[in-house]
Design a protein. Structure first.
Length: 96
């Protein structure tokens, strides 16, 4: 998997509603989701987990508050963002 440049990441984010660049290193992309209640947020986390297992691409999931989920994608083995991160980000956006 090839590591994406900063310019590649910015181009990729331009076409992805709600996603933004994470702060710090390694480079990452992230999105916050808000749901009606805790049960809906937890159900979304379960769907994201299933998609991660299918793709064998596991990223950081933060369930916070009572109805918010933050997903952060970065390919740790590569030390930053790869095409796989954008592929999964697009996939899980459809699960919300």
């Amino acid at each position: 998997m090839a590591l994406l440049s900063d310019a590649d990441i910015e181009r990729g984010l331009a076409g992805m509603d709600g996603w933004r660049r994470g702060e710090g290193e390694p480079a990452s992309i992230l999105r916050d989701f808000e749901f009606e209640d805790f049960a809906a947020a937890l159900a979304f986390v379960q769907r994201v987990g299933g998609a991660a297992e299918e793709a064998n691409h596991h990223r950081d999931i933060l369930l916070h508050g009572w109805n918010k989920v933050r997903l952060t994608y970065s390919t740790h083995s590569e030390g930053g963002v790869t095409d796989a991160d954008f592929t999964q980000a697009a996939r899980v956006s459809g699960l919300a």
